[in-house]
Design a protein around this ligand. Structure first.
Ligand code: BEZ
Length: 241
């Protein structure tokens, strides 16, 4: 029977907070987080356990997509409440034995943190006792080059993540920063973006009475404009930095 303790007080970092700092042993040596990643975007994510099927499918997918995250200047760091030798054995098994949805011979080269003491997992709110008090949920923290948490997504143990969405989140955050815009539902590079909402009655009136070239106002508070996909990618991809 799973040990669940839903009364345990646990801290949870929030969007806009500085990413809690730690030093950790990983499958790629010791890391100092987030300082070592200053200047890069980074996704810190947790998974429940090594040698489990959903996690294996996720690691294979993350590793296959690493070049796409790298293109965005985004590094990956994983964590589970397992020891280093379990991590190493699992990653070796993935490379040597597992073939899944066209992925095979997959080498995980990003660091996987050992967190047997659960110290880091607890600090990041990755332990959600209603779900499990011994396994991390599938948490995703998207952290910017200044070490600030910009997006947090949590999934339960049974639900594998959508990796297109994780790529989209990094693309959208970088686009919003670069162009001072917001991104609407289901936005993808090349789709219309949202220009900042009018902050005064005068601006609201001007927007409706004299529509700026290239800007479409659905109402005074909801105006969009096109930024071509090539322009967006030219700015958010690493080669452009
Ligand atoms: C999995 O990765 O398959 C898994 C891990 C923990 C609980 C349920 C599923």
């Amino acid at each position: 029977m799973e040990n669940k303790n839903i009364d345990a007080p646990l801290s949870m970092p929030r969007i806009g907070d500085r990413a809690p700092a730690f030093k950790a042993v990983t499958t790629q040596g010791e890391i100092v987080f987030p300082d070592q990643y200053a200047g890069s975007w980074v996704i810190l994510f947790s998974h429940p356990a090594d040698f489990t099927p959903v996690c294996t499918s996720e690691f294979m997918t993350f590793a296959s997509l690493e070049p796409k995250f790298d293109e965005l200047g985004c590094k990956l760091v994983g964590l589970s409440i397992d020891g280093l030798y379990s991590h190493i054995a699992w990653l070796r098994t993935i490379k040597e034995k597992i073939e899944y949805r066209g992925m095979k011979d997959i080498e995980v080269t990003f660091p996987l943190i050992e967190d047997i003491t659960m110290e880091i997992a607890k600090r990041y709110g990755m332990i959600q006792p209603g779900e499990s008090s011994t396994k991390a949920v599938r948490a995703v923290f998207v952290i910017d080059p200044h070490g600030i948490i910009r997006t947090i997504i949590y999934y339960p143990l049974s639900l594998g993540r959508n990796f297109d969405e994780l790529l989209r989140v990094v693309q959208a955050l970088k686009t919003a920063d670069a162009f001072s815009i917001a991104t609407p539902a289901d936005w993808r590079p090349g789709d219309d973006v949202i220009v900042p909402t009018a902050g005064s009655c005068g601006v609201a009136r001007d927007r409706m009475e004299h529509q700026e070239a290239g800007v479409t106002c659905h109402d005074w508070f909801f105006c969009t404009k096109k930024i071509e996909r090539a322009v967006v990618l030219g700015v958010i991809n690493k080669a452009a930095e």
